[in-house]
Design a protein around this ligand. Structure first.
Ligand code: HPA
Length: 271
């Protein structure tokens, strides 16, 4: 995997110029935000030998490098998920590529199921912390000391200062922003109603199948990270309805405008 990271860095370096300062990972149904990036230079994951490939509908599978608000941004338009069969150490390759390219701040986004009964589909949530219930960890295996220590601290994964600034930015933009703990399940099935009761009991406000490995890898290598979840549905058992990926994508598409305005504000004024 180390080779795939170095290959990706070599291919991306010429696209980044003096370096990329901001990283962005776009979740299910949220990939269209990348179209806003100016002066785009792109690299498909498929063109990087050994790099994990995403096969999930609604995930494009490429790096987009360009400018937003005068900052050089590197965006992963589509991510790879644990349930696709890759070890988590491979899922986080993109984050490590970003680190090598100079990224200092990373915004992670995802679609999630709402566990907090005060949430509604379409709500945006600032991630305050996570519960890694995926059953694995991206740092399992030999530690690469060039990225970070063997036993990294996880008490401030979603950077406190960034969170405070994002709250203020959302207020200034008049965009309602929920907050809470994101709990990762492995997927690919949606959770059972009993699992959602457990998640709520354990203090989770939202559940999803991504983000946590990337956040851990970013914290490990010293990238300051923030996370925004879009509640695309209430989690299993909350409402009397079945859950589908199509519904997740549809709700994400409907909330794309508001999501995009918040991400704009974060990149322009917080990062
Ligand atoms: N569960 C897990 N992941 C999700 C959900 C959900 O309900 N909605 C969107 N991603």
């Amino acid at each position: 995997m180390r080779n795939a990271i170095e290959t990706a860095v070599k291919k991306l370096e010429p696209l980044c110029g003096a370096g990329c300062e901001v990283g962005l990972i776009l979740g299910s149904g949220l990939g269209d935000y990348a179209e806003k990036i100016q002066n785009q230079r792109t690299l498909n994951y498929a063109e990087i030998s050994g790099f994990p490939q995403s096969h999930v509908p609604g995930h494009k599978g490429r790096f987009v490098v360009g400018e937003l608000f005068g900052k050089t941004v590197i965006c992963m338009q589509g991510r790879v998920h644990y349930y696709e069969g890759y070890p988590q150490s491979e899922i986080v390759s993109g984050v490590r590529v970003m680190k090598r390219l100079g990224v200092e701040k990373l915004l992670l986004t995802n679609a999630c199921g709402g566990v907090n009964l005060n949430f509604s589909p379409g709500d945006l949530m600032l991630i305050t912390d996570h519960i890694n219930y995926s059953g694995s960890n991206p740092l399992i295996g030999p530690n690469d000391d060039s990225f970070g220590p063997r036993f990294p601290d996880m008490s401030n994964v979603y950077d406190r200062e960034l969170r405070e600034k994002i709250r203020l930015e959302a207020k200034a933009l008049d965009i309602p922003l929920q907050e809470g703990v994101y709990m990762m399940f492995s997927g690919p099935c949606f959770e059972s109603p009993a699992e959602i009761v457990m998640a709520r009991t354990l203090g989770a406000s939202a559940v999803g199948m991504s983000t946590v490995p990337e956040a851990i890898a970013a914290r490990h290598c010293g990238i300051k990270t923030a996370g925004i979840s879009l509640v695309t549905n209430m989690a299993a058992g909350v409402l009397n309805q079945t859950l589908t990926h199509e519904d997740v994508q549809e709700t994400a598409a409907r909330a794309a405008g508001r999501f995009g305005r918040l991400v704009d504000g974060i990149i322009e004024n917080v990062f």
